[in-house]
Each structure stands twice: as C-alpha cells, then as structure tokens.
Design a protein around this ligand. Sequence first.
Ligand SMILES: [Zn+2]
Length: 139
Amino acid sequence: MRHRTRHERWLHARIPEALEDALKREARRRRWPVSTLVRDVLEGALDMVEHIVEDSVEIARRSSGARRHVRRHLALDAVYGWQEIILNRPADCASCAVALGSGDPAYRGLSDEPGLPLFLCSKCTHRLRQPGKKKEGVS
Ligand SMILES: [Zn+2]
C-alpha cells in the first residue's frame, strides 16, 4: 500500500448494492475497514493502469525499432554496389551506425529502389571483401 498523505479527501461514489456487498464481504475477510479496502483496490487499479500504459509504450517502442530494423535490412538488400566517396556532410554507417564526419571516406549504396541514400564505413565494406561474407552482404 502507498504511504498515506495528510491531505486525504473524501470521495463519494454511487455503487451498485452487489458491489457494496462484495466490498464489505472482502473487508470482513481481511479484517480491514471498508474504506481501507476501497482505497487499496483503487490504488491497485491505478497502479495496474500505469503498468499497462508503460507496457504499451514499451511494446510500441520495440515494435517501431523492429520496423526500422526491417526497413534498413530491406534497403541494404536492394543495394547492388558500394561506391567510394568522400562525405561532404555527416552521416551514419547503415550497418554499424558509426558516425561518419564530413571529409571522411564512405561508401554510398547504389540501389534500384527509391529512398534515402545508405552509407557504409570502411570497416563494414572491408567485411564484404572477406571470404565467406560475399553471399551474405552487409547486415
Ligand atoms: Zn560500419
């Protein structure tokens, strides 16, 4: 139970007779005053709602992360080649997410698909050249 503050208020609410009976029965069973039980039930319900909201936010966050991951993979799969360039503005490596600054060498993905340009860092393109990695591409 939460710590009770000194600023407690009265809350009157109309409830069905069956609910009143159920609350009184449960209060008797626990040997609590009915008001304590009602407060406990309401606090429990609010905590539950807060957890449901927090869980929903977390699920939405994970799902949007998964969608981004899938979109990035699809975009990388559409790349037919990597062309070495010198960046004129900062970008992130599409594979390892390392920050690439302006003036840094990078590899721009050439793709048949529309969309934002993809860049790879030197390390990630180096992995492409290693034996056994050619068929897999970058992920
Ligand atoms: Zn990289």
